[in-house]
Design a protein around this ligand. Structure first.
Ligand code: 13P
Length: 248
């Protein structure tokens, strides 16, 4: 049985009050695709307003601190995200791994903190262009994954996003064979780590997903959805990707 696909938008540092109308448009259109889970991960400060504006639709955060509470100026805890109305969060996005120098260990702790309060987690991994060109993409992503996976008994609520850094915002995407190889590798590591339940963890692809390439990407084995950046900002761009996930 194929897993129910998840198509999640990552709004990154985009979104103010006037964009709530776009979120409402996306949420309304997503209702036509009950066979697909659709979510939008918005800036932390917009979560509460977005969640109130679209009851029943999944709103998420883009990062979370690993600690429950304490002296962490400017950070947001998992309980705070949950309290604001989020049902999921991204952790370990490459933009944070790079700019905030987040380690695998930290990403793992963040995933554990989020799962512990009942948030779903989209945990990102992905290689740089340099590593891809050196032929090291698979071993490097495997190591990143092994170091970042939460130490939980059941991986319920966990999803992995494979996002090659060189494909983010560039319009370039890996070949079908490259995506298939990486997703298959990730699936086998998940089974090794979590046993049978590892087969139920969704593996999303992210990096320059658009309406024009979505169907081809979703047809690849072990691609259980997408994490979409730029093309998630407008309903007109995002909903056709959801439709492609639904085979329409
Ligand atoms: P783009 O879809 O804009 O390439 O961004 C991908 C991404 O980083 C999603 O997290």
């Amino acid at each position: 049985m194929p897993l129910k696909k998840l198509v999640a938008g990552n709004w990154k540092m985009h979104g103010v009050s006037s964009d709530i109308a776009e979120i409402q448009e996306i949420a309304a259109a997503a209702k036509d695709y009950s066979d697909i889970d659709v979510a939008l991960c918005v800036p932390a400060i917009l979560i509460e307003r977005a969640a109130r504006a679209v009851p029943g639709f999944s709103i998420g955060g883009q990062d979370v601190h690993h600690a429950e509470k304490g002296a962490h100026t400017g950070c947001t805890s998992a309980a705070m995200l949950h309290d604001a109305g989020a049902s999921l969060t991204i952790v370990g996005h490459s933009e944070r791994r790079e700019a905030q120098r987040e380690s695998d260990e930290e990403v793992k702790a963040k995933a554990e903190a989020a799962l512990a309060v009942g948030l779903q987690v989209i945990l990102c991994v992905g290689e740089s262009l340099e590593l891809r060109e050196k032929g090291d993409a698979v071993p490097v992503v495997t190591e990143q994954l092994d170091g970042s996976l939460p130490a939980v008994e059941s991986p319920a609520g966990l999803a992995i996003a494979y996002e090659p850094i060189w494909a983010i915002g560039t319009g370039k995407i890996p070949t079908v064979a490259e995506i298939a190889e990486m997703h298959e590798t990730i699936r086998s590591r998940l089974r090794q780590r979590y046993g049978e339940a590892g087969g139920g963890v969704r593996i999303l692809y992210g990096g320059s997903v658009k309406a024009s390439n979505a169907a081809e990407i979703f047809a690849i084995r072990d691609v259980d959805g997408a994490l979409v950046g730029g093309a998630s900002l407008k309903a007109a761009d995002f909903i056709p990707i959801v439709a492609a996930a639904s085979g329409r």
